[in-house]
Design a protein around this ligand. Structure first.
Ligand SMILES: [Zn+2]
Length: 222
């Protein structure tokens, strides 16, 4: 049967989505910001033209542009926003420690990037995340709480992160993550993941079960 142009095959549709995402992600602002990690080039990207704007940030240390595939991999993390962890210093998760370790690592390496994606609560938003916490307080685990609220276990996507890395000239990364689906998400969007660098979180009495569920149900290597 000849292909029907009205219904492109899955691969073509996928390519269309990726191209749309890449052209939709634009560099909006950048400035060097002095931080406890040293000076960090803070590059803000916007996706589309929604109001309020959808903004994500790349935190860049040193020169991350790779002229060719032969260049050494760039130390990188793709980090999803966690207001409760990063602002409130909540003990329910390990996000703040991971962000802190990643920024320390790129700073001491003198070269690297942390892409900070504003997709709170594994993509369900702050309000729904706090609703999930209410369920967890009644004894439901982090994955089942999302399912009860009608969300996927993990609603995060990595096309925007790949587009941001590409805009920065990054082709190949040493990725700081414990999450295999993040590696796959970037590879699927054309970023070569040369190696995975593990991040270590210290369990406490509040997050030990959360970390165990991430390992058991979401395949994280902890
Ligand atoms: Zn968190």
């Amino acid at each position: 049967m000849p292909p029907n142009p009205a219904f492109p095959d899955v691969a073509s549709r996928r390519r269309c989505t990726i191209v749309a995402l890449l052209s939709d992600v634009t560099r909006y602002a950048e400035a060097e910001v002095p931080t406890e990690y040293g000076p960090v080039r803070t590059v803000v990207y916007r996706v589309g033209e929604s109001v309020p704007p959808e903004e994500h940030v790349a935190l860049v240390v040193g020169d991350v542009t790779q002229a060719s595939d032969a260049d050494a991999p760039v130390l990188a993390r793709v980090h999803s926003e966690c207001w409760t962890g990063e602002v409130l210093h909540s003990h329910k998760c390990d996000c703040r420690e991971q962000l802190d370790q990643a920024l320390h690592a790129v700073s001491s390496a003198g070269r690297g990037v942390v892409v900070y994606l504003r997709q709170e609560g594994r993509g369900i938003g702050l309000g729904n995340k706090v609703r999930a916490y209410a369920l967890q307080n009644e004894g439901v685990d982090t994955v089942d709480a999302n399912r009860i609220l009608g969300f996927a276990d993990d609603g995060r996507t990595y096309g925007v992160a790949a587009a941001i890395l590409r805009d920065l000239g990054v082709r190949k990364v040493a990725l700081m993550t414990n999450n295999p689906s993040k590696v796959k998400g970037l590879v699927d969007h054309g970023i070569e993941v040369d190696s995975r660098v593990a991040l270590k979180a210290e369990p406490n009495e509040h997050n030990a079960e959360y970390l165990a569920v991430k390992a058991k149900k979401m395949g994280h290597t902890l």
